[in-house]
Ligand binder design. Structure first.
Ligand code: ADP
Ligand code: MG
Length: 493
């Protein structure tokens, strides 16, 4: 059956958007793919490159097996076929920032074959996106054209760094799905520890292939937008490209198969070059590298090190704490947040664990995320520790403080890092639950407001809130609301 949810109405017809993404993910490793040079980000230009990276004659590549293991781990994390036999090929092209004139990559026999990942849509549902392959390749260097009026500067620090190119099937049907795919992939890579996912440092870059077709037609001609380095830009680039292609097609034009660049300043894509075909690169197996053979044992060993991945963790949080799907989804979006959350729940002394779990989730997603945004901090840099959040929630649940007072305690807690119990003590914020004390306070209030009491008794029921307000004010908000309500009901009737 035709899925019509994502169709776009143009001037003359309905259009279906087809997107396939190629993600370049920098492998987390201390050294490069074929030599021992460091991969530290932000070092002085050309200080992290050696004889191999500068293509000195006679230099030979030596495969870094840490990077191979990382690729295997990633493949397993995206439910993919691990190929026990793969081959390194030379992809020939001549760029100033690639001294040897070819990139070592994998073409016909990649290390990882078909897999998939489930993306999370805004309506709470998920959709499976196929992954075609994952292959290992080395990065090129970096050319900078705007440091000198007539010269180009070249930094080879990046040349030779290991990348995983992860290619999706053309299963993606909208801008939102494209963004969700990159988010999910990045989360999985971070959980696995195989790529840090820092898009602003270029550790994760996206090439977006986009085409349109009328529903039911064969795939249309695609344009490829290269090197998008943020999820927001990806959204803008795809949106722009959909509109551009739709206008051309509706006017009876043809889409050129080309490579385009996204100009973040202007929010548009511009043509860079017509698209190369595989034969333009004259691929051939690298004669300096033997085929890569993986034993079953090696793959199994890596499989045993896989952490619990986001989907499984989300399901577990829902099952064991009764969390709503959305809460669980937000909490597992980053491993550090999930760990903070689970520790807080574990150390909570509340008798009703499920209630504490839900409250801790609310506080984390509300007050804590709010404070992080406001202060520009992260879960790693903030002063708040899981035990303190748990303690705060415990104080609310055992009625030592009200939810309202708890917000004040939270602000102090955030600033000082002191324990909630101590803060409540120091600031004298403990909820007043002493019935006798509250009773005499209410007696006084009633004496001071005899006219209002009379009005209430004469039938003006809405005055009840007025008395609650007075009681809270008289105790700086510390009176236990339930006891105050009971007492007022009794005394006013
Ligand atoms: P290349 O290696 O030349 O970039 P591939 O055929 O390997 O080309 O495809 C690269 C990406 O383009 C894949 O993610 C694939 O899903 C996507 N793709 C292929 N055809 C289309 C199309 N007609 N529209 C959108 N995406 C496409
Ligand atoms: Mg491509």
């Amino acid at each position: 059956m035709q899925d019509t949810t994502n169709l776009i109405q143009g001037r003359t017809s309905l259009w279906e958007v087809v997107i396939g993404l190629e993600v370049h993910a920098q492998v987390t490793s201390t050294t490069k793919l074929f030599d021992g040079c460091s991969v530290t980000f932000g070092a002085e230009p050309n200080t992290q490159v050696g004889f191999f990276g500068t293509a000195m004659p006679g230099m030979l590549p030596v495969l870094n097996h840490v990077c191979v293991d990382q690729a295997i781990k990633t493949g397993l994390g995206i439910n993919a076929q691990i190929n026990q036999f793969s081959v390194f090929d030379r992809k020939n092209y001549f760029y100033a920032d690639l001294p040897c004139g070819y990139q070592i990559s994998q073409f016909t026999r990649p290390i990882v074959g078909e897999g998939y990942l489930d993306i999370d849509l805004e309506n709470g549902e998920s959709k499976r996106i196929g992954v075609t392959r994952l292959h290992l390749e080395m990065d090129a260097g970096k050319s900078t054209h705007d440091l000198h009026p007539t010269k180009t500067y070249i930094d080879l620090n990046r040349c030779g760094i290991a990348l995983m190119e992860i290619v999706s099937e053309p299963d993606i049907r909208s801008t939102a799905e494209a963004m969700a795919y990159v988010k999910k992939l990045r989360t999985i890579l971070r959980y696995l520890g195989t790529c840090d996912g820092n898009m602003e440092q270029g550790s994760l870059r996206v090439d977006a292939n986009i085409s349109l077709r009328r529903p039911g037609e064969a795939l249309g001609t695609r344009a490829e937008i290269k090197n998008v380095n943020s999820i927001r830009f990806l959204g803008q680039a795809v949106d722009f490209e959909i509109q551009r292609q739709m206008e051309i097609l509706e006017d009876g034009g043809k889409i050129a198969q080309e490579t385009r660049l996204f100009d973040a300043g202007k929010g548009v894509t511009r043509s860079m070059r017509s698209k190369e075909d595989a034969h333009d690169y004259r691929y051939f197996p690298d004669p300096d590298l033997p085929p890569l053979r993986l034993t079953e044992e090696r793959i199994e060993k890596i499989k045993a090190t896989l952490p619990e991945l986001p989907d499984a963790k989300q399901q577990r949080l829902m099952d064991s704490f009764g969390l709503p799907k959305y809460d669980a989804f937000v909490l597992v979006s980053e491993q550090e947040i999930a760990a903070f959350y689970e520790t807080a729940v574990a150390v909570s002394k509340a008798t009703n664990k499920q209630q504490a779990a839900k409250q801790i989730a609310n506080w984390l997603m509300g007050e804590v995320f709010g404070a992080l945004n406001r202060e520009g901090e992260t879960i790693e840099t903030m002063r708040l520790i899981p035990a303190h959040l748990a303690e705060l929630v415990d104080l609310i649940l055992d009625e030592t403080i009200s939810g309202k007072i708890a917000k004040d305690v939270f602000l102090k807690l955030w600033e000082t890092g002191k324990s909630p119990i101590q803060l409540v003590d120091d600031l004298g914020l403990k909820q007043i639950t002493d019935v006798n004390a509250l009773e005499s306070m209410i007696d006084t209030l009633m004496l001071e407001n005899v006219d209002k009491v009379a009005e209430y008794r004469a039938g003006k029921q809405q005055l009840f809130g007025f008395f609650v307000g007075l009681a809270m004010k008289a105790t700086q908000g510390k009176a236990n609301p339930a006891i105050v309500n009971d007492l007022l009901k009794k005394k006013l009737s």
